[in-house]
Design a protein. Structure first.
Length: 84
């Protein structure tokens, strides 16, 4: 899902919004002034905050898998590679 064969389907803005919301309500997350990488931020939260973030990550990834599409020419490329 790196954009080579598959169109990006992860809504990164929605992911940041949801993770930052968890951090804003988390007792540990409330002490952070900066909002950096959501993956790094999630590891700095309370155990409950980390679990809430993991649920969000799973939900975003599930939706991306459901919404992903092959890039234009992807089917033809896979056919060609299969013939080699």
């Amino acid at each position: 899902m790196d954009g080579t064969l598959i169109k990006h389907a992860i809504d990164f803005a929605e992911m940041r919004r949801r993770i930052y919301s968890v951090a804003d309500s988390d007792p540990i997350g409330q002490t952070f002034l900066e909002r950096d990488c959501v993956l790094a931020l999630a590891t700095k939260l309370s155990p409950e905050g980390m679990e809430r973030c993991n649920v969000i990550f799973s939900d975003i990834e599930r939706k991306a898998r459901e919404d992903m599409e092959l890039m234009e020419g992807g089917v033809e490329l896979l056919r060609l590679l299969g013939e080699m």
